[in-house]
Design a protein around this ligand. Structure first.
Ligand code: NAP
Ligand code: MG
Length: 402
């Protein structure tokens, strides 16, 4: 087979630890034999981030703006222990946070559904994608402990000095208080990213808040979504045969449990934090969860939802065998390659990405899997493979399919 050519480079962001090992294996075994890989490489491994004072992270995000599509390996977010382990000059911020801030994007997380890894909710036959708003609310709050009786007010001081006040509560004794905010700009970006992603993946979009109780705050979210939908997306959704609907968060939760999946659920920041953990654990495994950052301008950055799998890496360094699941990282590559193919009208690249995904699923459904899946599968007597052999097994399936 003649290797597939790529006309535009993909931004490649390499990472850390076990996922860095998998990254190279995936390229060597599953990509390079079939594609003339055209990537602009950025090494986001912690050593190189340290060497460049983290400039490489910023440059990789800028490159994503230039080319439109990136694929990212999991990276270490430094903490105190990493400072000594890697002899860091400073405690760099999370690369994902830095990239998200530059691209102003929304993260969409979706499980990879495979027969034999059954969701705990038996009606779920298709993936449920969570879109979490990544700015503000309780994550940027101001809190106060109220020691004793007194009055708490919200005060807004306009630039011209005029004030608007609103009573929060008159305390008769001790209590607590919390101030939250969000920005219309950020909510608008969130809405655009959600509508774009729904069109892109041809899935219905649900959005839910608690606007009956929060008549100004949550209601603003609801209104902004509706305005943007009516103005920019209504006709496009109709043509695509998909729907947007808004409902109360408690109604959404009840409906989700009875649904068959196959839609995007947009959530405010806190709801998204909580619900994405619920969805991923109910679908089986973090190692089977993909994640894509979509900017309101339509830039895409694909990655796995899990981290660098540190515990496995230390085993690997000691020369012990590991059985680390590479599926989510492979799907990060296929997501990015397919998107590149769509933007460049490169049908061979799109077909290859689809085939490689099918090969991953088929390999697992044939009973060949890593240990994490073997522990939860309903398939009898699965074959447990090590990290490399699992990738080789996928390659064998792929070769049979091509
Ligand atoms: P983790 O890498 O997600 O791994 C936690 C545990 O989940 C592993 O020890 C393993 O369980 C299981 N696991 C996760 N992915 C797996 C896979 N592909 N195959 C098999 N098992 C898998 O989280 P962490 O250990 O808390 O974090 C390690 C580093 O990753 C941290 O430095 C953190 O900053 C970073 N991180 C990065 C990202 C990102 O770049 N997007 C996200 C989260 C965390 P067992 O050990 O029981 O086998
Ligand atoms: Mg969480």
């Amino acid at each position: 087979m003649e290797k597939i050519k790529m006309t535009t480079p993909l931004v490649e962001m390499d990472g850390d630890e076990m996922t860095r090992i998998l990254w190279q294996m995936i390229k060597d075994e599953l990509l390079a034999p079939y594609i003339e890989l055209n990537t602009e490489y950025y090494d986001l491994g912690l050593e190189h981030r340290n060497k460049t004072d983290d400039r490489v992270t910023i440059e990789s995000a800028e490159a994503t703006k230039k080319y439109g599509v990136a694929v990212k390996c999991a990276t270490i977010t430094p903490n105190a222990a990493r400072m000594t382990e890697y002899n860091l000059k400073e405690m760099y911020k999370s690369p994902n946070g830095t990239i998200r801030a530059i691209l102003d994007g929304t993260v969409f997380r979706a499980p990879i559904v495979v027969k034999g890894i059954e969701p705990n909710v038996k009606t779920w036959v298709k993936p449920i994608t969570i879109a979490r708003h990544a700015y503000g609310d309780v994550y940027k709050n101001t809190e106060m402990k109220i020691p004793a009786a007194g009055k708490v007010e919200l005060v807004y001081t306009a630039c011209d000095g005029t004030e608007e006040r609103s009573l929060v509560h008159t305390f008769n004794g001790p209590g607590v208080v919390q101030g939250q905010h969000n920005l219309c700009d950020s909510i608008e970006s969130f809405a655009h990213s959600c509508f774009k992603f729904a069109l892109d993946t041809k899935q219905d979009l649900w959005f839910a808040t608690k606007d009956t109780i929060s008549k100004k705050y949550d209601h603003t979210f609801k209104d902004i979504f509706q305005e943007i939908f009516d103005k920019d997306y209504k006709d496009l959704f109709k043509t695509a045969g998909i729907t947007y609907f808004y409902t109360l968060i408690d109604d959404a939760v009840a409906r989700v449990m009875k649904s068959e999946g196959g839609f995007i659920w947009a959530c405010k920041n806190y709801d998204g934090d909580v619900m994405s953990d619920m969805i991923s654990s109910a679908f089986g495994s973090l190692a089977m969860m993909t994640s894509v950052l979509v900017s309101p301008q339509g830039y895409y950055e694909y990655e796995a939802a899990h981290g660098t799998v540190q515990r496995h890496y230390y085993k690997h360094l000691k020369g012990e065998e590991t059985s680390t699941n590479s599926v989510a990282t492979i799907f990060a590559w296929t997501g990015a390659l397919r998107k590149r193919g769509e933007l460049d009208n490169n049908q061979r690249l799109i077909d290859f990405a689809n085939k490689l995904e099918e090969a991953c699923i088929k390999t697992i459904e044939d009973g060949k899997m890593t240990k994490d899946l073997a522990l939860i599968t309903t398939i009898d007597n699965p074959t447990v493979l090590n990290s490399r052999d699992f990738i080789i097994a996928i390659r064998e399936t792929l070769d049979r399919m091509l």
